[in-house]
Design a protein around this ligand. Structure first.
Ligand SMILES: [Zn+2]
Length: 476
């Protein structure tokens, strides 16, 4: 994607006549989607979004105005709008900010990839998806065999009146395969996804075909499996369910803007209080959770956030104790708590807010077989199917696509419709085993903010063992 330069210097100089600081974030994003269902191409979509967010500091208050008119006149008009609204609203500010919340930043970032998405043929992509759809055709009861891919190329350039110049380029791929087996009133779906910062190398036809066959076989097996039993038992979660568990019960409750109450009208509040940092035993001593945008290939890897804050790996939970929140330089100034470089916007026309990036559970030393060997009676669950968690991120109920019973240290029969429920801190304190083999997952649909912002986040985790959890079968 070309690195188009707009007349940012003149626009920033104009803004500085009235503002104490000015910043300009120019972003351009090209999205292509392809999907195939039951061996037929179903959807071809391509979209280009480009614009600039003009940001000012006036009277100790930050304010914004976005524009898709990237001429000097367009940028000047946006800055004038931002200055007028910021001046008017600064009388009602929640905190007196200064330029320390917008440090000077210089650098660039290019997401890890072997082959640019630009150099990847859409014929090749569709061919991979068709091959995956055909590989799921194992039986007539497999009524839905879908394969889809989203490819996103993003360029974000950030300039400021105190000398920031940051240019970041991302290639991202999200591939999802799904097989549904149905007979009578019963249906079962298995899915597989490969998502992260990759280029065209993500379209590995033989790997997609292999996984397509595997999830189709599992969907057929689930169709005739017994329901998961309902009882308290040990629970092993595979990384593709740990992703959701981390996202909902660690990521969201640790967002400092949420803890400060900013999100309570929409996304909700948090059971975590400001005084909990440094004190709360969030989980067992085996629990170490990091904020890590430096981990390559996850969905939210980057070098700088949208305030120009340089990103580094930080532990949020160390040996089970809550030590740090997901808060930008603004939230850190407001709360006096330690935070991270997580001030991110979903698009050129959105202001940055506190987000997750890559929130990862650090690996332990046990193989999956060793975790299973520690279980007398339990169940192993894979791949999230449904989720429900309260506004405070406290009480939750999650369902998975695939369950397999564990008896006396060995894997047993497959069970369908497995679910579990618990309270966040109680659940993480049940963590009794952490695997060594992590894999990265993520979501491109993390929603938050008013107006709404949907952003990409990554979560890497090994399989984990939890003792004595309330497990139940049925459609949750
Ligand atoms: Zn989310």
């Amino acid at each position: 994607m070309p690195d188009i330069i707009i007349p940012y210097e003149s626009a920033l100089q104009h803004a500085l006549k009235s503002a104490d600081w000015a910043g300009l974030r120019h972003s351009s994003e090209n999205t292509i989607q392809r999907s195939v269902r039951n061996d037929r191409p179903e959807r071809n979509l391509s979209a280009l979004e480009e614009g600039a967010m003009c940001e000012v500091l006036v009277g100790g208050h930050f304010g914004y105005a976005a524009t898709a008119d990237l001429s000097l006149g367009g940028l000047v008009r946006a800055f004038d709008r931002a200055i007028a609204t910021t001046r008017a609203t600064s009388a009602h500010k929640v905190h007196a900010f200064d330029v320390r919340q917008r440090p000077k930043a210089n650098g660039s970032y290019c997401s890890a990839r072997e082959r640019d998405l630009d150099a990847t043929s859409l014929v090749e992509v569709t061919d991979c998806l068709l091959a995956a759809s055909q590989a799921m055709k194992l039986s007539d009861v497999l009524v839905n065999r879908s394969a889809s891919a989203m490819m996103v190329q993003t360029q974000i350039n950030f300039f400021s009146s105190n000398g920031s110049d940051v240019r970041q380029n991302f290639d991202m791929v999200d591939i999802t395969l799904s097989a549904t087996a149905a007979e009578g009133l019963e249906s079962q779906t298995r899915s597989w996804s490969h998502t992260g910062q990759f280029g065209g190398e993500a379209f590995d036809r033989s790997r997609l075909v292999e996984w397509a066959g595997e999830i189709a076989r599992q969907a057929l097996a689930l169709l005739h499996a017994d329901n998961c039993p309902s009882a308290r038992m040990d629970l092993i979660l595979m990384p593709d369910q740990m992703m959701l568990q981390i996202h909902e019960s660690i990521g969201h409750p640790l967002e400092l803007d949420r803890i400060l109450g900013d999100e309570r009208n929409y996304a909700g509040w948090s059971f975590v209080k400001q005084q909990d940092f440094g004190r709360l035993q969030y989980g067992s001593a085996l629990m170490n959770v990091s904020f890590d945008p430096t981990q390559t290939h996850e969905l939210a890897s980057y070098a700088f956030d949208d305030a120009g804050h340089h990103a580094s790996k930080e532990l949020l939970i160390a040996n089970g104790v809550l030590v740090r929140g997901l808060g930008s330089l603004e939230s850190q100034a407001r709360s006096g708590l330690p935070g991270v470089a997580n001030f991110r916007s979903s698009s050129w026309n959105r202001a940055p807010i506190d987000r997750m990036a890559n929130i990862n559970l650090e690996s332990g030393s046990a193989s999956l077989d060793e975790l299973i060997g520690q279980v007398e009676q339990g169940v192993l669950m894979s791949t999230n199917r449904s989720w429900s968690i309260d506004d405070y991120r406290n009480k939750f109920q999650f369902g998975c696509e695939h369950g397999q019973l564990i008896e006396n240290g060995r894997l047993g029969k497959i069970v369908r419709n497995p679910n579990y429920r618990d309270i966040t801190v109680d659940f993480w304190n049940r963590l009794a085993g952490v695997g060594r083999d992590a894999s990265a997952h993520g979501t491109v649909f993390c929603g938050k903010g008013e107006p709404s912002q949907v952003i990409r986040v990554g979560h890497s985790s090994p399989p984990c063992l939890f003792r004595d959890v309330e497990v139940f079968g049925g459609q949750a």
